[in-house]
Design a protein around this ligand. Structure first.
Ligand SMILES: *[C@@H]1O[C@H](CO)[C@@H](O)[C@H](O)[C@H]1NC(C)=O
Ligand SMILES: *[C@@H]1O[C@H](CO)[C@@H](O)[C@H](O)[C@H]1NC(C)=O
Ligand SMILES: *[C@@H]1O[C@H](CO)[C@@H](O)[C@H](O)[C@H]1NC(C)=O
Ligand SMILES: *[C@@H]1O[C@H](CO)[C@@H](O)[C@H](O)[C@H]1NC(C)=O
Ligand SMILES: *[C@@H]1O[C@H](CO)[C@@H](O)[C@H](O)[C@H]1NC(C)=O
Ligand SMILES: *[C@@H]1O[C@H](CO)[C@@H](O)[C@H](O)[C@H]1NC(C)=O
Ligand SMILES: *[C@@H]1O[C@H](CO)[C@@H](O)[C@H](O)[C@H]1NC(C)=O
Ligand SMILES: *[C@@H]1O[C@H](CO)[C@@H](O)[C@H](O)[C@H]1NC(C)=O
Ligand SMILES: *[C@@H]1O[C@H](CO)[C@@H](O)[C@H](O)[C@H]1NC(C)=O
Length: 292
């Protein structure tokens, strides 16, 4: 009896180690790069031909920078996380529109992004503008064409409320489904002349809702933040599960997985069936979880 407890413990540790090794190994195709810096690259994404499912899933790893940076296809859009459940996080520049004390033009940066086949997650992101003489407009160009924006006015920093983005110093609006590119443009009523001493610039960005919390300090210079995270959705194929299943050669959901129709554009997603874990896009990627 005295021997069996450590033995059981050892077995559990071994099972766990083997399980963890299988999981780590199974995320990319054999012989393919499975990480770039600390970002893991699960199939269908890959860094070269033969490693990704099809060209939209190409990501490139720049190892000259330290730490290495992962880019979406051949763009300069930085990928910071890839989630197998069908999302990916990128880092996006904050746009700004600044004035001098007389209302003359100052620094300006307009954000423009083409996200290829990846729609912005309509549930996890918001369009936000910060400023006291500010309106900002976001245009969807590819995917669904749309225009929306918001307006924020205030005449004193004393009126703004920390943590509340509801039109005083900060305004927010939601992003519709199927938006795969956007640009942001700015407008102002008085060129910030009435608020210039505490708010010389307007700022605007599309970003994960949870990543931004408005503070009155942001009116001065957005506290020197330059980039914010954006969540994109991904799916495979361009047909529904029912259509995709008809061709088992091209059907992306492998053994022990389920297919889900995508709700933010064409295509579908795969998920390991209950009791299985791993990468459903790889053959035998979903492994039974038999540890206990
Ligand atoms: C990667 O490392 C950076 C800092 O070095 C950290 O901020 C980030 O959260 C890490 N990402 C992951 C996916 O671990
Ligand atoms: C890779 O990173 C280095 C250093 O940051 C930079 O000079 C170079 O332009 C980058 N290459 C590409 C292809 O982005
Ligand atoms: C932004 O998108 C709109 C709508 O497609 C377009 O008219 C405008 O020229 C774009 N602006 C920039 C700066 O790309
Ligand atoms: C946002 O900031 C306010 C105060 O500045 C704080 O009370 C609130 O908890 C913060 N919210 C989040 C989600 O971090
Ligand atoms: C604001 O600036 C624009 C050019 O940047 C100029 O055409 C306009 O007259 C200015 N308006 C005011 C109210 O200063
Ligand atoms: C908002 O929070 C910042 C930092 O916590 C603080 O310095 C500032 O006075 C607060 N502003 C308001 C309007 O409460
Ligand atoms: C779906 O994708 C296939 C292969 O990528 C392509 O041949 C086909 O034209 C696409 N169908 C539609 C409706 O876009
Ligand atoms: C099934 O998919 C494969 C691989 O994409 C393709 O070569 C083949 O033509 C497809 N078959 C049919 C019947 O569409
Ligand atoms: C995918 O599978 C995991 C684990 O079985 C489960 O937690 C998750 O809810 C599933 N996702 C969907 C969309 O059903």
């Amino acid at each position: 009896m005295a021997m069996s407890l450590p033995l059981i413990f050892l077995q559990l540790v071994l099972a766990w180690l083997l399980g963890a090794a299988a999981m780590a190994a199974s995320q990319a195709l054999p012989g393919c790069e499975n990480r770039c810096g600390n970002v893991s690259i699960p199939y269908p994404f890959g860094t070269r031909e033969g490693c990704y499912m099809d060209s939209p899933f190409l990501v490139t790893c720049n190892k000259s920078s330290n730490p290495p940076i992962l880019y979406l296809t051949l763009s300069t859009i930085e990928v910071t996380d890839i989630f197998l459940w069908g999302a990916l996080r990128i880092s996006s520049w904050i746009g700004y529109d600044c004035y001098d004390a007389q209302g003359g033009p100052g620094d300006e940066f307009t954000t423009w992004m083409n996200l290829f086949r990846f729609p912005i997650s309509n549930t996890r992101n918001k369009f936000t503008a910060v400023g006291c003489d500010t309106y900002a407009v976001v245009n969807g160009v590819q995917g669904r064409k749309y225009t929306t924006g918001c307006l924020s006015l205030c005449d004193s920093i004393d009126n703004v409320i920390n943590g509340s983005c509801s039109g005083i110093g900060c305004c927010q609006t939601s992003i519709p489904k199927e938006v795969r590119s956007f640009n942001i443009t700015f407008g102002s009523y008085e060129n910030h002349t009435n608020v210039w001493d505490f708010n010389p610039c307007s700022y605007a960005f599309v970003a994960e809702e949870a990543a931004y919390n408005f503070s009155s300090l942001d009116l001065a210079n957005l506290q020197n933040q330059e980039k914010l995270p954006v969540m994109l959705d991904w799916s495979v194929g361009n047909e529904t599960c029912d259509e995709a299943r008809k061709n088992q050669t091209s059907y992306a959901c492998k053994e022990n997985s389920e297919c889900y129709n995508f709700d933010n554009g064409p295509g579908y997603r795969c998920n390991c069936s209950k009791g299985y874990e791993g990468n459903p896009y790889l053959s035998n990627g979903c492994q039974g979880n038999h540890n206990f």
